[in-house]
Design a protein around this ligand. Structure first.
Ligand SMILES: Cc1cc2nc3c(=O)[nH]c(=O)nc-3n(C[C@H](O)[C@H](O)[C@H](O)COP(=O)(O)O)c2cc1C
Length: 156
């Protein structure tokens, strides 16, 4: 499969999960493109508009036509996806009938993060095939990353 993994990460946890997923997919013979979602203006987390509307991204709107599976990852901010990921999802092109898997990292309480990402994509005709939330109250240890590996294996 051709797989896209697009993610936002401020302090590196979601990035670690994204990289673990990439390695695992590649081990299983898939071609993976990794895209980091980056906002044009770097602000304090509290200064972004929560819904991500009008949030400019450096990351161009990705045309996902060529991918068989698209993974989208976000940290949880205030029980929701980050504004960067919401903005990215709204800008995605050719979502209809594509397969998506969603992942989130948080300390403990993911709230409606996965549901919100899923509803933007399903409104555009995308299919959510799987999701995972990795909670790391203390740290993102080997055991937690193992969950990401298992997730990639199941999707392979
Ligand atoms: C502004 C802000 C809000 C957060 N809100 C939540 C939350 O609602 N629930 C939760 O469990 N963790 C919350 N966290 C913790 C992050 O989700 C968690 O540390 C995440 O793994 C960070 O990912 P990153 O290292 O990829 O940026 C919040 C962190 C920040 C900076």
């Amino acid at each position: 499969m051709k797989i896209l993994i697009a993610y936002y990460s401020k302090t590196g946890s979601t990035e670690k999960v994204a990289e673990t997923l990439k390695q695992e997919f590649e081990k299983n013979g898939h071609a993976v493109e990794l895209i980091k979602i980056v906002p044009v203006h770097k602000l304090k987390a509290s200064q972004y508009k929560k819904n991500g509307k009008e949030l400019a991204l450096k990351t161009p709107a990705t045309n996902i036509k060529k991918f068989d599976l698209i993974l989208i990852g976000t940290p949880v901010w205030n029980f929701c996806p980050t504004p960067m990921v919401l903005s990215y999802l709204r800008n995605l092109l050719n979502v209809k009938d594509k397969n998506f898997a969603l992942f989130a990292t948080c300390t403990a309480l993911p709230g409606t993060t996965i549901q919100r990402m899923g509803s933007i994509l399903s409104t555009k005709g995308g299919k959510i095939t799987a999701s995972i939330t990795i909670r790391s109250i203390f740290s993102l240890n080997k055991k937690k990353l193992k969950a990401a590996k298992t997730f990639a294996e199941q999707l392979s």
